[in-house]
Design a protein around this ligand. Structure first.
Ligand SMILES: [Zn+2]
Length: 200
């Protein structure tokens, strides 16, 4: 069988990426093969830098290039509102809408007993501490509108019930039940935040 080790290695690595099958990996490898070396070096450096230069923000647990992310450090933002999301990618999605100007808190998942993910595995205690120590007026819970997302929202609401004068809201499920933030367009996300309701 016809084999070129460096080509095969590249195809193998590319095919590990989500949504990339072997055929697509081969097409990409052939495409890269036709590029000039500086282009390839730039691509490979970008990937290495992505990993080397990013970390988790110590405050909101979103992706950051410093200990405290640009959103947490931005004094122009509305720092009395925290939007609670499941994953760092949700921050990107909401930010892309360009209309939310509060802060975030990334939980790192959602309560899912079947996957052995209890509240202790999420950054819920860190959220409570933030709300207790910062001057927060509103918590917008933007976990996905599926069973685990709802369970997580209800749990967080309970855990925050001791804090006086804190408004706890839930994004409107204009997003069809069972779908996820990542599939919703920016307008839908914007509407679901604008039409949020107080959790009672
Ligand atoms: Zn942050």
């Amino acid at each position: 069988m016809f084999k070129i080790k460096s080509f095969d290695d590249c195809v193998f690595e590319l095919s590990k990426l989500p949504g990339i099958g072997k055929k697509t990996a081969m097409r990409l490898a052939l495409y890269l093969l036709n590029k000039d070396l500086p282009d390839i070096e730039r691509l490979s450096n970008t990937l290495v830098n992505l990993k080397k230069n990013t970390r988790i923000c110590k405050k909101c647990f979103g992706i950051s290039e410093s200990d405290i992310c640009a959103i947490c450090a931005d004094t122009g933002r509305n720092n009395d509102t925290i939007c609670v999301v499941e994953e760092p990618k949700d921050v990107f999605i909401i930010e892309a809408s360009g209309r939310y100007d509060g802060l975030y808190h990334v939980l790192g998942g959602k309560i899912a007993p079947l996957d052995d993910i209890g509240p202790d595995k999420l950054r819920i205690n860190e959220l409570i501490k933030r709300v207790e120590s910062e001057n927060i007026n509103e918590i917008i819970i933007a976990t996905n509108p599926d069973i685990e997302g709802e369970t997580t929202a209800i749990y967080i609401k309970k855990r925050l019930s001791h804090i006086n004068k804190l408004l706890i809201t839930r994004i409107a499920s204009g997003i069809p039940i069972g779908s996820h933030l990542e599939y919703a367009d920016e307008v839908t996300i914007l509407k679901s935040i604008e039409n949020r309701r107080e959790m009672r």
